[in-house]
Structures are given as structure tokens and as C-alpha cells.
Ligand binder design. Structure first.
Ligand code: GLY
Ligand code: MN
Ligand code: MN
Length: 357
């Protein structure tokens, strides 16, 4: 979409994105400066004639590799002058209220004076939800890195290792494959710790018969993947197998329902219905999935709490789980691109058989 169209749809004269006290991921969305540079304290200004970047000398070289007009400052007063000049006499200014700190807002208002400031956060998220080819290619690579590492996890398991050691190994392997960062702090949970969906890796040592739940992702040029695989270290019990295959069936059902026009809330309901029809009724304690992109929890996804009509180009996770406190749990998660006729699963790690490592 061109700059004019953005402004028309948001009904503003300019959109001002400040990568200030808080990192604003929209800065990368509009500028596509995805291949280098931190851009701390930088502005992206969307005006009728394009996206303009105001940045410091620290990332001038990176900024000039992009397609935007670049303005470089060497002092804060120069930055303010540039901002005033570029915003010009725009009256209605769109801001991202979800990221801009109150302090930064006051600072901006001091510089630009009394104008009409409008929250365009939701509008931008609407645009961000549908990914274009450049974004999808980066997400495919992020998914490939995480998938290959997920497939190698059984080879990394050693009796007595601690959860944080496995988390470190997963991160190391992803960096070695070109990830610029982990997408989020990895969740590595052994045994009973797998019963907590948002557990963080700790000191628990790996024992025979443990569940090994690994939920992690790669960040590749600002775009994320998010995958979960659950294994058993040693021989699995009947109960462990039953939990695993119940989750697998629910996850496959969820994936099969993803397509253009489907309602996220219905997919969540159908997945939970399946789990609730087994002896694990009520043990799936989160929604089926979320949107994925520049942020890991990018936007609403597959949830009965808030509906989303899926559209071609959106990427959502499908990640049902069963959690039994004191015993353990299983989650299986993939990243799924919505297609006109169906879907493309971006993550590819093995899951069809419970792996006894
Ligand atoms: N890492 C949390 C999630 O899968 O959403
Ligand atoms: Mn995850
Ligand atoms: Mn997820």
C-alpha cells in the first residue's frame, strides 16, 4: 500500500511513529529497515509523498539502504527542527498509542504544538495482520530455523541436564542458523513443569520418563516464528501417549479449519470441544492460537474471547495443549499461513509420532 492510501484509510494528514522509550515495531513495518540498524530515537513519518526516516548518524548507513527519504540529525535540536519541517502543517497526526509512552507524547506535543492527535494503533494492526511477500519470506525462514532445531532436540537430551541448559542449546543452534535473536524467552519444561503453559526454564534436571516440552522461536530480520514440540525422555507411559495423541488430533483439527473466511473463535471452540470430549475435559487452559509477525503475540488469533475472521495472508499459531498440574503436559504448536483455499503450515518439525528420546 502506498503512503497516500495509508493516510486515506486512517483519515489523518500524517502518521508519526517514534521508536523512542519503547521500541515501536511499526517503525520497521513502514520503513522496511529490516536488515540492520537499531534506530533508537528515530522517527518514521508517513506523509502524502512517502515514508521519511529521521535518524542519527549511528545508523545512517543502514537507513540509506532502504527506500525511504532519510534525514540525519547530529543533535536533539536538529532532530526537532527536522521533525517540524517534515510534519509541516499537517493538522491531524496519527500516533501509535499502544507503544508511545506518555513522556514521549508530551515531548512530541511540546515540539509540534497543539494539533489533533489521533490513535491509529488499531488501524495499523489491521494492515499488519495481512502479510506481504517480503514479510512471508522472512517468516518462512524464521519458521525453517525453528523447525530444524526442533527436529534436533531429541539428540541434545542428556540425563541430568537442566532445563536452562537445553534452552541455551536451542538458542545457540538457532543463532548458528542465522537467527538474529530468540523470538522470546524459550520455555523448556521437564516433567511436572510441562503442566504450566507459561513456565520459564529453571534448574529442574532431566529424568527418565519426563515430558520435555520446548516452546521457542527464531527472530529473523524482525519477523518471528513460534513452535512447540513435546517429547518423552525414555519410554513413554500409556497416559503420556494418550495425552500426546489427543493433543495431536486436536491440533490437526485446528490446522484443517484454518482458511480464508473462517472464524478464529469457531476454530478455538471446535478444538476445545474435541479435548473436552475426552477424559482431559477442561485441561486446555488457553486459547488455540494467536497472530504472529513482527511481534510474537501480534494480534488476536484463534480465541473464543475475541473473534477474528481469517483472511488470506494472515499467520496464526495453532497450539492446543493439555495440562495436568503435578504430572505434566503436552502442547504442539505450528505457524500457519491462511490461504484463499486452505492454508500453508510454515513450521515443519516432526510431530506425527510421539518421540521417545
Ligand atoms: N510462547 C508462548 C506462545 O506460544 O504463545
Ligand atoms: Mn509458543
Ligand atoms: Mn504461540
Amino acid at each position: 500500500m502506498d503512503a497516500k492510501k495509508y493516510l486515506e484509510e486512517a483519515q489523518v494528514d500524517a502518521i508519526l511513529i517514534y521508536n523512542g522509550s519503547n521500541e515501536d515495531l511499526n517503525f520497521y513495518y513502514f520503513t522496511r529497515l529490516l536488515y540492520g540498524g537499531i534506530f533508537e530515537g528515530s522517527f518514521a513519518v508517513i506523509t502524502e509523498d512517502g515514508v521519511k526516516v529521521i535518524t542519527s548518524k549511528l545508523e545512517e548507513q543502514s537507513a540509506r539502504k532502504g527506500k525511504n527519504e532519510v534525514f540525519v540529525y547530529s543533535s536533539s535540536s536538529e532532530r526537532e527542527e527536522l521533525l517540524k519541517k517534515i510534519v509541516g502543517n499537517a493538522e491531524r497526526i496519527g500516533l501509535n498509542y499502544d507503544s508511545l509512552s506518555l513522556r514521549d507524547f508530551h515531548k512530541l506535543r511540546d515540539i509540534l504544538g497543539d494539533r489533533e492527535y489521533v490513535n491509529v494503533a488499531e488501524k495499523i494492526m489491521e494492515w499488519r495482520m495481512v502479510k506481504d511477500d517480503e514479510e512471508l519470506n522472512l517468516m518462512r525462514e524464521a519458521a525453517k530455523i525453528a523447525s530444524e532445531v526442533a527436529d534436533s532436540i531429541p539428540d541434545f537430551l542428556v540425563e541430568g541436564m537442566r532445563e536452562y541448559e537445553l534452552a541455551a542449546r536451542i538458542a545457540y543452534e538457532m543463532f548458528k542458523m542465522g537467527a538474529e535473536d530468540v523470538a522470546f524467552t524459550s520455555i523448556v519444561a521437564f516433567g511436572e513443569n510441562a503442566a504450566e503453559p507459561h513456565y520459564l526454564s529453571g534448574e529442574r534436571k532431566l529424568k527418565r520418563g519426563d515430558f520435555v516440552l520446548c516452546d521457542f522461536g527464531a527472530r529473523y530480520h524482525h519477523y518471528n516464528s513460534d513452535i512447540t514440540r513435546t517429547f518423552v525422555f525414555g519410554r513413554a507411559s500409556e497416559e503420556q501417549r494418550e495425552i500426546y495423541y489427543t493433543v495431536l488430533e486436536a491440533q490437526k483439527l485446528g490446522i484443517s479449519l484454518v482458511k480464508d473466511g473462517a472464524h478464529g473463535s469457531e476454530i478455538d471452540a471446535r478444538v476445545k470441544e474435541l479435548i473436552d470430549s475426552t477424559k482431559y475435559k477442561g485441561r486446555m487452559i488457553h486459547s488455540t492460537g494467536h497472530g504472529l509477525g513482527l511481534a510474537v503475540h501480534d494480534h488476536v488469533g484463534l480465541s473464543t474471547q475475541r473473534d477474528l475472521v481469517l483472511r488470506e495472508g494472515m499467520v496464526v499459531t495453532v497450539e492446543p495443549g493439555i495440562y495436568l498440574p503435578g504430572y505434566g503436559g503436552v502442547r504442539i504448536e505450528d505457524d500457519v499461513l491462511v490461504r484463499k483455499e486452505g492454508r500453508e503450515v510454515l513450521t515443519s518439525a516432526r510431530k506425527d509420532e510421539l518421540i521417545e528420546a
